[in-house]
Design a protein around this ligand. Structure first.
Ligand SMILES: [Fe+2]
Length: 385
């Protein structure tokens, strides 16, 4: 903590009598303090609001707003409560002292005061104030550091998710727009459910944010599926489909291992749930575990609908995209069997937004690196594959 020069220390003297102000000024100015003055309570509060001083010497008896009220207001205001207030008064009765203490005064000097005592009290109050300021500054610095670390952590999380999902995407048949659309669909549903009585206890702002972040991890396990199956431009055989299904456990296991290595990180836990369970069905006929109803984690139930809607409305090597109405019909048919009926209801409420998202992230034709390579090779007359 640096000692400040007296000229850097501002003292506000508040007294309705100019001669009293002059006495205090005459005592303190020779020591180099920056002395400011106010002749009534309102003027004093206005000065403090604009230029918070380091110390206030306050008279109690003044016309209009008296010193008790000025002191009380200063001590109740979170911006000014820390400024030391030393009462300078001619009132010697006990009641006045008690009222001033109740108003929050830090110290007292009874007029006529001893000049040595005045300087000593001022020095003590200023020292306390400077220590307090140093503690506040340190606290502020710590808070800033925590905020910065938290921000860095969030960026790291986002970059990790982005990197992982890009890795999965680079080997997938789907275009990069799939992830953007899917997380937007899931977000819309979660935001709607958040205000429904059934879901208020389970969905808060953090849940929605984490789900948006974790959504791209749903198919991370596809990196473990052989190319001949993952990139097959036709319907899979039953055996190939069984292999394809393992992407859910590969993804879930991977994220669970990451979670165990890094301690419990909420978005990874949600990513794990989404990866494991996004192909489970409400009636228990899904995979990989055949979970049913509310045994399927909520985030995975939401992502399941978002994933299916996007698959239905997107082109695949073996099918053309369905329009919204057809896809809507298929989803409604799956209510209570494939999907949680309450999530289907939410989908119906949000369906206009789904259409907008579909337009917003319309397939740009952007290909994954593997698809790009395949299309280049296919363009060569002599077949290389
Ligand atoms: Fe999947």
């Amino acid at each position: 903590m640096r000692d400040r020069a007296p000229s850097e220390i501002c003292i506000l003297v508040v007294d309705d009598l100019p001669e009293n102000i002059q006495v205090v000024k005459a005592l303190l100015e020779p020591h180099g303090y920056d002395i400011r003055t106010a002749q009534n309570g309102i003027e004093a509060l206005e000065f403090v609001a604009l230029t918070p001083p380091d110390l206030i010497l306050l008279d109690l008896v003044m016309p209009g707003m008296d010193g008790f009220e000025v002191c009380r207001r200063l001590k109740q205001d979170p911006e000014t409560w820390h400024i030391p207030v030393v009462i300078i008064t001619g009132l010697t009765d006990r009641e006045a002292n008690v009222r001033a203490v109740e108003a929050g005064a830090d110290d007292f000097l009874i007029k006529p005061f001893d000049r040595v005592l005045l300087r000593a009290r001022i020095a003590t109050s200023l020292k306390t104030k400077m220590l307090q300021d140093a503690v506040f500054a340190y606290q502020q610095e710590l808070e800033d550091r925590v905020r910065e670390r938290t921000r860095q952590l969030e960026v790291t999380q986002q970059v990790t998710v982005f990197g992982l999902s890009k890795l999965a995407e680079s080997r997938d048949n789907e275009t990069g727009d799939h992830i953007d659309r899917m997380r937007s669909y899931a977000y819309e549903i979660a935001q709607h459910l958040r205000v429904q009585p059934d879901f208020q206890a389970d969905i808060d702002g953090a849940f929605v944010r984490q789900m948006y972040q974790a959504c791209p991890l749903h198919d991370i396990g596809k990196v473990g599926i052989p190319d001949r199956i993952l990139l097959k431009p036709a319907k899979l055989t039953p055996l190939e489909f069984d292999i394809m299904k393992t992407h859910a456990t590969i993804g879930g296991d991977t994220l669970r291992a990451a979670e165990q290595a890094g301690g419990s990180v909420s978005f990874l836990a949600m990513g794990r749930d989404v990866a494991y369970y996004h192909h489970e069905k409400w009636d228990g006929s899904g995979y990989p575990f055949g979970l049913s109803g509310e045994d399927i984690p909520l985030a995975a139930r939401i992502v399941a609908l978002a994933d299916v809607y996007d698959a239905l409305t997107s082109a695949r090597p073996y099918k053309k995209p369905f329009d919204h109405e057809t896809s809507r019909g298929i989803i409604l048919e799956g209510s209570g069997s494939h999907f949680d009926p309450r999530i289907v209801e939410a989908f119906l409420v949000c369906e206009e937004r789904f259409k907008e998202i579909r337009k917003e992230f319309k397939d740009s034709g952007r290909l994954s690196p593997t698809q790009e390579l395949i299309s280049q090779l296919e363009a060569v007359e002599e077949p290389l594959l």
